[in-house]
Design a protein around this ligand. Structure first.
Ligand SMILES: CC(C)(COP(=O)(O)OP(=O)(O)OC[C@H]1O[C@@H](n2cnc3c(N)ncnc32)[C@H](O)[C@@H]1OP(=O)(O)O)[C@@H](O)C(=O)NCCC(=O)NCCS
Length: 162
């Protein structure tokens, strides 16, 4: 088990901070635990340095480490979630919801009126989260994600009116 587990896995013990590029290494380490292929620190740094970046990191534990992140971008009146993830030992505690809602609020303050994302059609946890937050399906990209072994999975395009 990770040394960053808190005895109170409660979102009240989590700080939600703006994700500046100096958080890239921590976010890359977390991304590597959650996604295949993982994005390296340089790729995450480039996303966080982008002028349109609207990204948050959730910090918890002792020592304080990133336990969740959402990387977004804002362009004119539309925002996009590029990646979101919560550390396995923090999942199902409400943190994913907090991160996506936080990004939605920040995007709205930045004058976006819709928040988009792409999700694999077989990612049941993410789909359940987005449905709970009232995202609606606006499109589908056939066989968009490749899975190990050569299988391909559709991407669903979802949008939330802000
Ligand atoms: C998707 C993910 C970010 C959700 O984060 P989380 O912190 O566990 O989500 P929350 O605790 O905020 O869940 C909020 C609601 O979403 C739904 N949900 C989340 N995970 C679920 C799961 N595994 N199964 C069913 N419903 C789930 C539930 O309705 C949940 O509310 P409840 O716990 O009161 O029932 C997390 O599972 C994750 O990091 N997965 C790996 C990376 C990933 O797939 N990212 C999304 C790419 S598009």
């Amino acid at each position: 088990m990770s040394s960053n587990v808190t005895p109170f896995r409660n979102v009240k013990h989590v700080s939600l901070l703006w994700a500046a590029p100096d958080r890239a290494a921590e976010i890359a380490a977390l991304h590597a635990r959650l996604f295949q292929p993982a994005w390296d620190e340089a790729a995450i740094t480039a996303l966080l340095e982008h002028p349109a970046s609207t990204s948050l990191v959730a910090i918890a534990g002792d020592p304080k480490l990133a336990v969740g992140f959402v990387i977004g971008q804002l362009a004119a009146d539309e925002a996009e979630i590029i990646s979101v993830g919560v550390a396995p030992d923090w999942q199902r505690a409400g943190l994913g919801k907090l991160l996506v809602e936080g990004l939605a609020r920040a995007s709205k303050r930045g004058d976006a009126n819709r928040l988009f994302l792409e999700v694999a059609a077989d990612n049941n946890a993410a789909l359940a989260l987005y449905r709970k937050l009232h995202f609606a399906e606006t499109g589908r990209r056939a066989r968009y994600y490749e899975r190990p072994g050569g299988a391909a999975v559709d991407a669903l395009v979802l949008a939330l009116k802000l």
